[in-house]
Design a protein around this ligand. Structure first.
Ligand code: EPZ
Length: 421
Protein backbone atom coordinates (compact mmCIF):
# COMPACT_ATOMS: atom_id res chain seq x y z
CA UNK A 1 0.00 0.00 0.00
CA UNK A 2 1.30 3.48 -0.90
CA UNK A 3 1.71 6.40 1.45
CA UNK A 4 2.30 10.11 0.99
CA UNK A 5 5.26 11.79 2.72
CA UNK A 6 4.68 15.52 3.21
CA UNK A 7 7.25 18.04 4.47
CA UNK A 8 5.14 20.82 5.99
CA UNK A 9 5.75 24.55 5.80
CA UNK A 10 5.51 25.41 2.09
CA UNK A 11 3.21 28.26 1.14
CA UNK A 12 1.18 27.10 -1.90
CA UNK A 13 1.44 29.40 -4.91
CA UNK A 14 0.81 29.15 -8.65
CA UNK A 15 -1.79 27.59 -10.94
CA UNK A 16 -3.42 24.15 -11.06
CA UNK A 17 -6.10 22.71 -13.35
CA UNK A 18 -9.16 21.17 -11.71
CA UNK A 19 -10.33 17.84 -13.14
CA UNK A 20 -13.79 16.65 -14.09
CA UNK A 21 -16.18 15.86 -11.24
CA UNK A 22 -16.06 12.28 -9.91
CA UNK A 23 -19.63 12.54 -8.59
CA UNK A 24 -20.95 13.76 -11.93
CA UNK A 25 -18.96 11.29 -14.04
CA UNK A 26 -20.09 8.23 -12.07
CA UNK A 27 -23.87 8.58 -12.73
CA UNK A 28 -23.25 9.88 -16.25
CA UNK A 29 -21.21 6.80 -17.15
CA UNK A 30 -24.24 4.73 -16.06
CA UNK A 31 -26.51 6.81 -18.30
CA UNK A 32 -24.83 5.07 -21.26
CA UNK A 33 -26.80 1.94 -20.32
CA UNK A 34 -30.01 3.71 -21.34
CA UNK A 35 -29.15 3.83 -25.04
CA UNK A 36 -28.04 1.51 -27.84
CA UNK A 37 -26.07 4.40 -29.37
CA UNK A 38 -22.64 5.62 -28.28
CA UNK A 39 -22.24 8.14 -25.49
CA UNK A 40 -19.01 10.18 -25.70
CA UNK A 41 -17.88 11.92 -22.49
CA UNK A 42 -15.17 14.58 -22.23
CA UNK A 43 -13.25 15.77 -19.13
CA UNK A 44 -13.64 12.41 -17.37
CA UNK A 45 -11.17 12.35 -14.44
CA UNK A 46 -8.51 9.63 -14.20
CA UNK A 47 -9.56 8.14 -10.83
CA UNK A 48 -9.73 4.65 -9.35
CA UNK A 49 -13.52 4.97 -8.90
CA UNK A 50 -13.89 5.78 -12.59
CA UNK A 51 -11.80 2.75 -13.50
CA UNK A 52 -13.96 0.57 -11.27
CA UNK A 53 -17.15 1.86 -12.89
CA UNK A 54 -15.79 1.31 -16.41
CA UNK A 55 -14.82 -2.27 -15.49
CA UNK A 56 -18.28 -2.84 -14.05
CA UNK A 57 -19.93 -1.60 -17.27
CA UNK A 58 -17.54 -3.61 -19.44
CA UNK A 59 -18.41 -6.90 -17.68
CA UNK A 60 -22.06 -6.14 -18.50
CA UNK A 61 -21.12 -6.10 -22.20
CA UNK A 62 -20.68 -2.35 -22.68
CA UNK A 63 -17.87 -1.49 -25.10
CA UNK A 64 -15.62 1.10 -23.43
CA UNK A 65 -12.79 3.06 -25.05
CA UNK A 66 -10.71 5.78 -23.42
CA UNK A 67 -8.43 8.38 -25.00
CA UNK A 68 -7.02 10.66 -22.32
CA UNK A 69 -9.98 12.26 -20.56
CA UNK A 70 -12.45 11.29 -23.32
CA UNK A 71 -14.42 8.09 -22.73
CA UNK A 72 -16.71 6.47 -25.30
CA UNK A 73 -19.33 3.93 -24.25
CA UNK A 74 -21.41 1.70 -26.53
CA UNK A 75 -24.08 -0.24 -24.66
CA UNK A 76 -25.66 -1.76 -27.79
CA UNK A 77 -24.03 -5.08 -26.82
CA UNK A 78 -25.24 -5.03 -23.20
CA UNK A 79 -25.97 -8.67 -22.34
CA UNK A 80 -25.40 -9.09 -18.60
CA UNK A 81 -27.52 -6.79 -16.37
CA UNK A 82 -25.61 -7.79 -13.26
CA UNK A 83 -23.29 -5.96 -10.84
CA UNK A 84 -21.38 -8.57 -8.78
CA UNK A 85 -20.44 -8.15 -5.12
CA UNK A 86 -16.69 -8.38 -5.84
CA UNK A 87 -16.92 -5.13 -7.82
CA UNK A 88 -19.69 -3.32 -5.94
CA UNK A 89 -18.02 -3.76 -2.53
CA UNK A 90 -15.13 -1.55 -3.64
CA UNK A 91 -17.38 1.29 -4.76
CA UNK A 92 -20.85 2.07 -3.41
CA UNK A 93 -21.72 4.26 -6.39
CA UNK A 94 -22.13 1.01 -8.38
CA UNK A 95 -25.74 1.15 -7.20
CA UNK A 96 -26.18 3.77 -9.94
CA UNK A 97 -26.46 1.00 -12.56
CA UNK A 98 -29.70 -0.23 -10.97
CA UNK A 99 -32.13 2.35 -12.38
CA UNK A 100 -30.72 2.32 -15.91
CA UNK A 101 -30.61 -1.50 -16.08
CA UNK A 102 -34.24 -1.85 -14.95
CA UNK A 103 -35.34 0.82 -17.43
CA UNK A 104 -33.34 -0.60 -20.37
CA UNK A 105 -33.54 -4.37 -19.75
CA UNK A 106 -36.54 -4.82 -17.45
CA UNK A 107 -34.28 -6.83 -15.18
CA UNK A 108 -31.30 -6.17 -12.89
CA UNK A 109 -29.27 -8.00 -10.28
CA UNK A 110 -27.11 -5.55 -8.33
CA UNK A 111 -25.16 -6.36 -5.20
CA UNK A 112 -26.17 -4.33 -2.16
CA UNK A 113 -23.31 -1.85 -1.71
CA UNK A 114 -23.00 -2.49 2.00
CA UNK A 115 -21.87 0.23 4.33
CA UNK A 116 -18.61 2.05 4.30
CA UNK A 117 -16.43 3.85 6.82
CA UNK A 118 -18.68 6.91 7.01
CA UNK A 119 -22.00 5.15 7.51
CA UNK A 120 -24.53 2.41 6.78
CA UNK A 121 -25.39 4.05 3.45
CA UNK A 122 -28.71 2.21 2.83
CA UNK A 123 -30.40 2.28 -0.59
CA UNK A 124 -34.02 1.86 0.55
CA UNK A 125 -35.09 5.05 -1.25
CA UNK A 126 -33.70 3.78 -4.55
CA UNK A 127 -35.72 0.56 -4.11
CA UNK A 128 -38.89 2.32 -2.92
CA UNK A 129 -38.85 4.59 -5.98
CA UNK A 130 -38.44 1.74 -8.46
CA UNK A 131 -41.26 -0.17 -6.76
CA UNK A 132 -43.47 2.90 -7.06
CA UNK A 133 -42.72 2.83 -10.80
CA UNK A 134 -43.98 -0.75 -11.00
CA UNK A 135 -40.83 -2.81 -10.61
CA UNK A 136 -40.83 -5.95 -8.48
CA UNK A 137 -37.79 -5.48 -6.28
CA UNK A 138 -36.54 -7.93 -3.67
CA UNK A 139 -33.30 -8.19 -1.70
CA UNK A 140 -32.02 -11.78 -1.67
CA UNK A 141 -28.62 -13.14 -0.66
CA UNK A 142 -27.13 -9.64 -0.62
CA UNK A 143 -28.41 -8.68 -4.05
CA UNK A 144 -31.11 -6.28 -5.18
CA UNK A 145 -33.15 -8.21 -7.75
CA UNK A 146 -35.51 -6.12 -9.89
CA UNK A 147 -37.87 -7.07 -12.67
CA UNK A 148 -40.53 -5.21 -14.67
CA UNK A 149 -42.03 -5.41 -18.16
CA UNK A 150 -42.35 -1.61 -18.46
CA UNK A 151 -41.72 1.07 -15.82
CA UNK A 152 -44.63 3.43 -15.32
CA UNK A 153 -44.31 7.12 -14.49
CA UNK A 154 -45.15 7.87 -10.85
CA UNK A 155 -45.04 10.59 -8.21
CA UNK A 156 -42.03 9.81 -6.00
CA UNK A 157 -41.20 11.38 -2.65
CA UNK A 158 -37.88 10.48 -1.04
CA UNK A 159 -37.87 10.38 2.78
CA UNK A 160 -34.62 12.34 2.84
CA UNK A 161 -32.56 14.16 0.21
CA UNK A 162 -30.48 11.48 -1.51
CA UNK A 163 -28.09 12.37 -4.32
CA UNK A 164 -27.62 8.97 -5.96
CA UNK A 165 -31.23 8.08 -5.10
CA UNK A 166 -32.40 11.07 -7.12
CA UNK A 167 -29.99 10.19 -9.93
CA UNK A 168 -31.01 6.51 -10.09
CA UNK A 169 -34.72 7.35 -10.21
CA UNK A 170 -34.25 10.17 -12.72
CA UNK A 171 -32.41 7.80 -15.08
CA UNK A 172 -35.04 5.07 -14.67
CA UNK A 173 -37.85 7.55 -15.34
CA UNK A 174 -36.37 8.58 -18.71
CA UNK A 175 -37.69 5.38 -20.33
CA UNK A 176 -40.83 4.95 -18.20
CA UNK A 177 -44.31 5.12 -19.69
CA UNK A 178 -45.72 8.53 -18.69
CA UNK A 179 -44.53 11.30 -16.39
CA UNK A 180 -42.53 10.87 -13.19
CA UNK A 181 -42.26 13.60 -10.56
CA UNK A 182 -39.48 13.30 -7.98
CA UNK A 183 -40.23 15.46 -4.94
CA UNK A 184 -37.66 16.26 -2.25
CA UNK A 185 -35.09 15.71 -5.02
CA UNK A 186 -31.39 16.43 -4.47
CA UNK A 187 -30.36 19.80 -5.92
CA UNK A 188 -26.61 19.08 -6.23
CA UNK A 189 -24.88 20.41 -9.38
CA UNK A 190 -23.93 16.82 -10.27
CA UNK A 191 -27.66 16.01 -10.55
CA UNK A 192 -28.00 18.95 -12.95
CA UNK A 193 -25.00 17.77 -14.99
CA UNK A 194 -26.57 14.31 -15.29
CA UNK A 195 -29.89 15.86 -16.35
CA UNK A 196 -28.08 17.90 -19.03
CA UNK A 197 -26.43 14.77 -20.39
CA UNK A 198 -29.73 12.83 -20.37
CA UNK A 199 -31.45 15.73 -22.16
CA UNK A 200 -28.71 15.69 -24.80
CA UNK A 201 -29.60 11.99 -25.25
CA UNK A 202 -33.25 12.95 -25.86
CA UNK A 203 -34.69 12.73 -22.35
CA UNK A 204 -37.42 15.18 -21.38
CA UNK A 205 -36.46 16.54 -17.94
CA UNK A 206 -37.38 19.77 -16.19
CA UNK A 207 -36.65 21.07 -12.71
CA UNK A 208 -33.17 19.56 -12.23
CA UNK A 209 -31.43 21.69 -9.61
CA UNK A 210 -34.68 22.23 -7.74
CA UNK A 211 -36.38 19.87 -5.29
CA UNK A 212 -39.05 18.87 -7.83
CA UNK A 213 -37.84 17.13 -10.99
CA UNK A 214 -40.29 16.16 -13.75
CA UNK A 215 -39.38 13.50 -16.31
CA UNK A 216 -41.63 12.65 -19.28
CA UNK A 217 -40.69 9.15 -20.39
CA UNK A 218 -39.67 8.52 -24.04
CA UNK A 219 -39.38 5.28 -26.04
CA UNK A 220 -35.63 5.44 -26.47
CA UNK A 221 -32.59 7.64 -25.92
CA UNK A 222 -30.01 8.32 -28.63
CA UNK A 223 -26.26 8.85 -28.43
CA UNK A 224 -24.71 12.17 -27.39
CA UNK A 225 -21.49 13.94 -26.51
CA UNK A 226 -21.22 15.59 -23.08
CA UNK A 227 -18.47 17.36 -21.13
CA UNK A 228 -18.32 16.52 -17.42
CA UNK A 229 -18.55 19.55 -15.10
CA UNK A 230 -15.52 20.54 -12.98
CA UNK A 231 -15.09 18.83 -9.63
CA UNK A 232 -16.35 21.27 -7.00
CA UNK A 233 -15.02 19.15 -4.12
CA UNK A 234 -11.52 18.95 -5.62
CA UNK A 235 -11.85 22.73 -6.11
CA UNK A 236 -12.82 23.21 -2.45
CA UNK A 237 -10.03 20.92 -1.31
CA UNK A 238 -7.36 22.91 -3.16
CA UNK A 239 -8.86 26.17 -1.87
CA UNK A 240 -8.51 24.79 1.68
CA UNK A 241 -4.93 23.63 1.08
CA UNK A 242 -3.93 27.07 -0.22
CA UNK A 243 -5.85 28.84 2.57
CA UNK A 244 -4.21 26.75 5.32
CA UNK A 245 -0.72 27.54 4.01
CA UNK A 246 -1.32 31.29 3.64
CA UNK A 247 -0.95 30.83 -0.10
CA UNK A 248 -2.06 32.45 -3.33
CA UNK A 249 -3.35 30.14 -6.09
CA UNK A 250 -5.32 30.21 -9.33
CA UNK A 251 -7.53 27.16 -9.94
CA UNK A 252 -8.17 26.70 -13.66
CA UNK A 253 -11.22 25.15 -15.33
CA UNK A 254 -13.57 25.66 -12.40
CA UNK A 255 -15.80 28.32 -10.92
CA UNK A 256 -17.25 29.45 -7.62
CA UNK A 257 -20.77 28.93 -9.01
CA UNK A 258 -21.10 25.48 -7.44
CA UNK A 259 -19.42 26.36 -4.17
CA UNK A 260 -21.05 29.48 -2.73
CA UNK A 261 -21.36 28.04 0.78
CA UNK A 262 -17.68 27.00 0.81
CA UNK A 263 -16.44 30.28 -0.70
CA UNK A 264 -18.47 32.27 1.85
CA UNK A 265 -16.87 30.34 4.72
CA UNK A 266 -13.35 30.81 3.32
CA UNK A 267 -14.01 34.54 2.99
CA UNK A 268 -15.27 34.59 6.60
CA UNK A 269 -11.95 32.92 7.49
CA UNK A 270 -10.13 35.89 5.95
CA UNK A 271 -9.44 34.78 2.37
CA UNK A 272 -9.84 36.98 -0.66
CA UNK A 273 -11.52 34.98 -3.46
CA UNK A 274 -12.15 36.20 -7.00
CA UNK A 275 -13.85 34.46 -9.92
CA UNK A 276 -12.41 34.89 -13.41
CA UNK A 277 -14.70 34.19 -16.36
CA UNK A 278 -14.23 34.78 -20.08
CA UNK A 279 -15.63 32.78 -23.04
CA UNK A 280 -12.35 30.84 -23.17
CA UNK A 281 -11.42 30.67 -19.51
CA UNK A 282 -12.85 30.25 -16.06
CA UNK A 283 -10.84 30.21 -12.84
CA UNK A 284 -10.87 31.01 -9.15
CA UNK A 285 -8.09 33.05 -7.52
CA UNK A 286 -7.61 32.74 -3.74
CA UNK A 287 -5.30 34.87 -1.61
CA UNK A 288 -5.04 33.78 2.02
CA UNK A 289 -4.01 35.72 5.13
CA UNK A 290 -0.97 34.60 7.13
CA UNK A 291 -3.35 32.92 9.58
CA UNK A 292 -7.04 32.04 9.08
CA UNK A 293 -9.81 32.87 11.48
CA UNK A 294 -11.74 29.82 12.75
CA UNK A 295 -15.11 29.26 11.02
CA UNK A 296 -17.97 27.08 12.24
CA UNK A 297 -19.85 24.92 9.73
CA UNK A 298 -22.96 22.75 9.58
CA UNK A 299 -23.28 20.28 6.72
CA UNK A 300 -26.58 20.06 4.82
CA UNK A 301 -27.78 19.13 1.31
CA UNK A 302 -26.94 21.52 -1.54
CA UNK A 303 -26.88 24.52 -1.75
CA UNK A 304 -25.86 24.50 1.92
CA UNK A 305 -22.39 23.52 3.10
CA UNK A 306 -21.39 20.14 1.55
CA UNK A 307 -20.59 17.19 3.79
CA UNK A 308 -17.74 16.32 1.39
CA UNK A 309 -15.93 19.49 2.51
CA UNK A 310 -16.39 18.95 6.27
CA UNK A 311 -13.13 17.08 6.86
CA UNK A 312 -11.07 19.64 4.95
CA UNK A 313 -12.58 22.48 7.03
CA UNK A 314 -11.82 20.60 10.23
CA UNK A 315 -8.18 20.55 9.09
CA UNK A 316 -7.98 24.29 8.41
CA UNK A 317 -9.71 25.04 11.72
CA UNK A 318 -6.96 23.06 13.51
CA UNK A 319 -4.46 25.87 12.81
CA UNK A 320 -6.84 28.84 12.64
CA UNK A 321 -7.15 31.60 15.23
CA UNK A 322 -10.02 30.89 17.62
CA UNK A 323 -12.49 28.03 18.02
CA UNK A 324 -15.03 26.48 15.66
CA UNK A 325 -18.03 24.15 15.95
CA UNK A 326 -18.46 21.57 13.17
CA UNK A 327 -21.80 19.80 12.86
CA UNK A 328 -22.14 16.79 10.52
CA UNK A 329 -25.82 16.19 9.74
CA UNK A 330 -25.62 13.88 6.68
CA UNK A 331 -23.58 10.84 7.71
CA UNK A 332 -23.47 9.17 11.10
CA UNK A 333 -19.74 8.47 11.26
CA UNK A 334 -17.83 11.11 9.34
CA UNK A 335 -15.38 12.31 12.01
CA UNK A 336 -12.74 9.59 11.71
CA UNK A 337 -10.17 12.13 10.54
CA UNK A 338 -10.46 13.84 13.97
CA UNK A 339 -8.41 11.23 15.87
CA UNK A 340 -5.75 11.34 13.17
CA UNK A 341 -5.62 15.16 13.28
CA UNK A 342 -5.24 14.90 17.07
CA UNK A 343 -2.13 12.77 16.46
CA UNK A 344 -0.75 15.81 14.63
CA UNK A 345 -1.37 17.94 17.73
CA UNK A 346 -4.85 19.28 16.96
CA UNK A 347 -7.23 20.29 19.78
CA UNK A 348 -10.53 18.60 18.87
CA UNK A 349 -13.33 17.30 21.08
CA UNK A 350 -16.12 15.17 19.60
CA UNK A 351 -19.63 14.98 21.02
CA UNK A 352 -21.90 12.90 18.79
CA UNK A 353 -22.22 14.63 15.43
CA UNK A 354 -20.53 17.79 16.71
CA UNK A 355 -16.80 18.55 16.79
CA UNK A 356 -15.30 21.42 18.82
CA UNK A 357 -12.00 22.58 17.31
CA UNK A 358 -9.63 25.09 18.93
CA UNK A 359 -6.85 26.31 16.67
CA UNK A 360 -3.23 25.72 17.73
CA UNK A 361 -0.17 27.64 16.57
CA UNK A 362 1.54 24.66 14.97
CA UNK A 363 0.77 21.01 14.21
CA UNK A 364 3.61 18.48 14.44
CA UNK A 365 4.24 15.99 11.66
CA UNK A 366 3.45 12.35 12.46
CA UNK A 367 2.32 9.12 10.81
CA UNK A 368 -1.44 9.11 10.28
CA UNK A 369 -3.87 6.76 8.57
CA UNK A 370 -6.46 7.62 5.96
CA UNK A 371 -9.87 6.04 6.60
CA UNK A 372 -12.07 7.39 3.79
CA UNK A 373 -11.76 9.65 0.78
CA UNK A 374 -12.33 13.09 2.26
CA UNK A 375 -10.66 12.20 5.57
CA UNK A 376 -7.52 11.47 3.51
CA UNK A 377 -7.75 14.92 1.94
CA UNK A 378 -7.99 16.56 5.36
CA UNK A 379 -4.84 14.75 6.51
CA UNK A 380 -2.96 15.99 3.43
CA UNK A 381 -4.09 19.57 4.13
CA UNK A 382 -2.94 19.23 7.75
CA UNK A 383 0.38 17.68 6.67
CA UNK A 384 1.06 20.69 4.44
CA UNK A 385 1.10 22.96 7.50
CA UNK A 386 2.52 20.59 10.15
CA UNK A 387 6.10 20.99 11.34
CA UNK A 388 8.36 18.31 9.89
CA UNK A 389 7.26 15.20 8.02
CA UNK A 390 3.78 13.73 7.95
CA UNK A 391 3.28 10.21 6.55
CA UNK A 392 -0.28 9.61 5.35
CA UNK A 393 -0.85 5.87 5.03
CA UNK A 394 -3.54 3.90 3.11
CA UNK A 395 -3.83 6.57 0.44
CA UNK A 396 -5.73 4.20 -1.84
CA UNK A 397 -8.69 6.05 -0.31
CA UNK A 398 -7.32 9.30 -1.74
CA UNK A 399 -6.69 7.83 -5.20
CA UNK A 400 -10.40 7.04 -5.51
CA UNK A 401 -11.32 10.70 -5.79
CA UNK A 402 -8.29 12.93 -6.44
CA UNK A 403 -6.50 12.85 -9.79
CA UNK A 404 -2.68 12.93 -9.48
CA UNK A 405 -2.93 14.88 -6.21
CA UNK A 406 0.77 14.83 -5.32
CA UNK A 407 1.76 16.07 -8.81
CA UNK A 408 -0.79 18.89 -8.59
CA UNK A 409 0.34 19.91 -5.10
CA UNK A 410 4.02 19.70 -6.10
CA UNK A 411 3.22 22.07 -8.95
CA UNK A 412 2.00 24.54 -6.32
CA UNK A 413 5.24 24.27 -4.34
CA UNK A 414 4.34 21.55 -1.83
CA UNK A 415 7.05 19.13 -0.75
CA UNK A 416 5.18 15.85 -1.13
CA UNK A 417 6.10 12.42 -2.52
CA UNK A 418 4.53 8.99 -2.84
CA UNK A 419 6.32 6.00 -1.31
CA UNK A 420 5.62 2.34 -0.86
CA UNK A 421 4.43 1.94 2.77
C1 EPZ B 1 -23.46 11.09 -2.65
O1 EPZ B 1 -23.52 9.90 -1.90
C2 EPZ B 1 -21.99 11.32 -2.94
N1 EPZ B 1 -21.47 10.22 -3.74
C3 EPZ B 1 -21.22 11.43 -1.63
O2 EPZ B 1 -19.86 11.71 -1.94
C4 EPZ B 1 -21.80 12.58 -0.82
O3 EPZ B 1 -21.15 12.66 0.43
C5 EPZ B 1 -23.31 12.37 -0.61
O4 EPZ B 1 -23.96 12.20 -1.88
C6 EPZ B 1 -23.97 13.54 0.11
O5 EPZ B 1 -23.77 14.71 -0.63
C7 EPZ B 1 -21.72 10.20 -5.07
O6 EPZ B 1 -22.39 11.07 -5.62
C8 EPZ B 1 -21.15 9.05 -5.86
P1 EPZ B 1 -27.02 10.29 -0.16
P2 EPZ B 1 -24.95 9.18 -1.67
O7 EPZ B 1 -27.85 9.20 -0.77
O8 EPZ B 1 -25.85 9.46 -2.81
C9 EPZ B 1 -29.21 8.41 3.61
C10 EPZ B 1 -17.55 11.48 -1.79
O9 EPZ B 1 -16.79 11.74 -0.85
N2 EPZ B 1 -29.88 7.52 2.63
O10 EPZ B 1 -27.25 11.69 -0.59
O11 EPZ B 1 -24.69 7.77 -1.30
C11 EPZ B 1 -27.71 8.18 3.65
O12 EPZ B 1 -27.40 7.14 4.55
C12 EPZ B 1 -18.86 10.77 -1.53
O13 EPZ B 1 -17.33 11.78 -3.00
C13 EPZ B 1 -30.80 6.59 3.10
O14 EPZ B 1 -31.05 6.48 4.30
O15 EPZ B 1 -25.48 9.95 -0.41
C14 EPZ B 1 -27.19 9.52 4.14
O16 EPZ B 1 -27.32 9.58 5.55
C15 EPZ B 1 -18.99 10.33 -0.08
N3 EPZ B 1 -31.43 5.78 2.20
C16 EPZ B 1 -28.15 10.52 3.50
O17 EPZ B 1 -29.32 9.77 3.16
C17 EPZ B 1 -31.19 5.87 0.84
O18 EPZ B 1 -31.82 5.12 0.06
C18 EPZ B 1 -27.63 11.18 2.23
O19 EPZ B 1 -27.11 10.15 1.42
C19 EPZ B 1 -30.26 6.83 0.40
C20 EPZ B 1 -29.62 7.65 1.30
Amino acid sequence: MDKLVIEGGSRLAGEVRISGAKNAALPILCAALLSTEPLVLENVPDLNDIGTMLALLAQMGVRVTREGSTVSLDASTLDNPTAPYEMVKTMRASILVLGPLVARCGIAKVSLPGGCAIGARPVDQHIKGLQAMGAEVSVEHGYVQARVSQLKGARLFTDMVTVTGTENLMMAACLADGETVIENAAREPEVVDLAQCLSAMGARISGAGTDVIRIRGVDRLHGARHRIMPDRIETGTFLCAAAATGGEVRLLGTSTGYLDAVVDKLMDAGCDIVSEKTPQHEAIVLRAPARLKAVSIRTSPYPAFPTDMQAQFMAINCVAEGSAVIRETIFENRFMHAVELIRLGADIKIDGNTAFVTGVQRLQGATVMATDLRASASLVVAGLVAEGETHVERIYHLDRGYEHIEAKLTGLGARIRREKA
